[in-house]
Ligand binder design. Structure first.
Ligand code: H79
Length: 429
């Protein structure tokens, strides 16, 4: 489908943010991918749907929700200070329909229906305010497997479960009686909400998407709407889950991503990406102008899986040491073909060369810029760099990496350019 407008959040913080934390936590986290001895093969927050767990049974999970180990303050502090992230998005209500905050609309919420009586959204909102990091909320506006009029996904349904047929539902009643009142709650009870992360619009009409947007903006005009409000009405483009666009995109966009193969916690999912791959993905996305929203799935007791903490610590080291080459960078206009072990980001008069494999020397062929100075972001040390004409007669910028860096990976060299922007020219030879 042709996009007739360039997605624009009009929010400078989002354009500069580049890296955020997604948190998927709900009743599904208690099951951790397994119900009554049956394991789900799919993303674990879908377990109610995938295994066809009846509402009355699933609801009972709330009786056991008592997350002694959840510490919002510590989590948010780490996201901000150690991991270098600029925003946090938390699941206020996922497809299961359970509110992770104190809702007056439905007692199916974390304060009224659980023994812990804790308002998790409030805990996170307070911590985000304390540490000065943007706070946004995921809200499943179309699917709600708890409300009789919320949409369900049929992909996993058996014949006898098809009484849930979406066409028989009064979706508008669900929108008016649950979604809108709950959006109003999350936008009035917790201070500034930087964005609402809508998901899976399914059969929503353009008017229904617009009604949600109008409500959000009437309460918090600066609150950004994610692309998955549907009908191409979002303020920015949300790519497919874990999907990096193959073509350049204009405007604001974001990749929601996991470190393993699930969003909610799954005790059997050990398919973790390594930190080097995550760093590379982050920079690749930033280079193309996007934000990377990277997910963690806390356990039943609120603990963050240690594997994800270890990855985030390592990525965080790269991000904080090289923050200048990540945050507030601009989309590369021309994107050179994939180079082995290198990604570029840029800003006015700066080209950042992110180095992901040991290298002695790098020739940036086709780069026609004049470099006035080159230095390591890590410690400010000068790096030798010349603008040349290659043997074939084409422009080229050549970098000689310092001797002690040649067996290292994951560092970034800043090239100060005489020109406003990186200039890449096709081969002439
Ligand atoms: O919140 C996370 C996911 O739960 C949500 N979006 C991210 C951010 C999401 N909703 N839908 N999907 C992702 C894709 C759904 C794929 C499906 Fe299936 C294929 C639904 C039914 C068939 C995966 C496989 C889930 C059940 C079986």
């Amino acid at each position: 489908m042709k996009i007739d407008r360039i997605p624009d959040t009009k929010q400078q913080w989002f354009k500069e943010a580049k890296y955020g934390l997604f948190i998927h936590w709900g009743l599904y986290s208690l099951l951790a991918g397994e119900y009554k001895g049956k394991k789900t093969d799919h993303i674990s927050e879908w377990i109610m749907n995938s295994l066809g767990i009846p509402v009355e049974e699933y609801e009972k999970l709330a009786d056991q929700f008592n997350p002694d180990h959840f510490n919002a303050d510590e989590l948010v502090r780490r996201a901000k200070e150690d991991w270098g992230m600029k925003y946090i998005v938390f699941t206020s209500k996922h497809h299961e329909g359970f509110a992770m905050y104190h809702s007056q609309i439905s007692t199916y919420n974390v304060v009224d229906a659980t023994p812990c009586h804790r308002d998790i959204v409030k805990e996170l909102a307070d911590a985000c305010r304390k540490y000065g990091i943007k706070f946004g909320l995921y809200y499943s506006q179309a699917q709600d497997w708890h409300d009789p009029n919320g949409y369900v996904s049929h992909a996993m349904k058996t014949e006898d479960q098809l009484q849930d047929d979406n066409t028989k539902k009064d979706f508008q009643a669900y929108l008016d009686n649950k979604v809108k009142p709950q959006l109003r709650e999350i936008l009035t009870q917790y201070g500034e909400i930087c964005l609402i992360w809508f998901d899976t619009p399914m059969g929503m009409t353009k008017d229904q998407s617009q009604e949600c947007i109008d409500l959000v903006k009437s309460i918090q005009p600066n609150c950004i709407i994610s692309g998955r409000i549907g009908n191409q009405l979002g303020d920015y483009m949300t790519t497919g889950d874990n999907f990096i666009p193959r073509l350049p995109y204009e405007g604001d966009w974001e990749v929601p991503a996991t470190m393993n193969d699930t969003w909610g916690y799954n005790k059997d999912d050990h398919n973790w990406k390594d930190a080097d791959s995550i760093i590379r993905l982050l920079v690749k996305i930033n280079s193309r102008g996007g934000n990377y929203l990277l997910n963690i799935g806390p356990k039943e007791n609120g603990e963050i899986p240690k594997e994800s903490m270890e990855i985030l610590d390592k990525v965080g080291k790269y991000v904080t040491e090289n923050s200048e080459g990540i945050f507030a960078t601009e989309k590369m206009d021309v994107y050179p073909y994939e180079l082995d072990g290198v990604e570029f980001t840029c800003k006015k008069k700066r080209l950042y060369v992110h180095v992901f494999k040991p290298m002695k020397r790098l020739e940036i062929l086709n780069c026609a810029n004049h470099v006035s100075r080159a230095y390591l972001l890590r410690d400010g040390r000068d790096v030798s760099c010349v603008s040349e004409i290659s043997c074939e007669g084409d422009p080229c910028v050549s970098i000689e990496f310092p001797r002690d860096m040649r067996n290292q990976r994951n560092y970034c060299v800043c090239l100060e350019l005489e020109e406003e922007k990186p200039v890449f020219e096709p081969l002439r030879g």
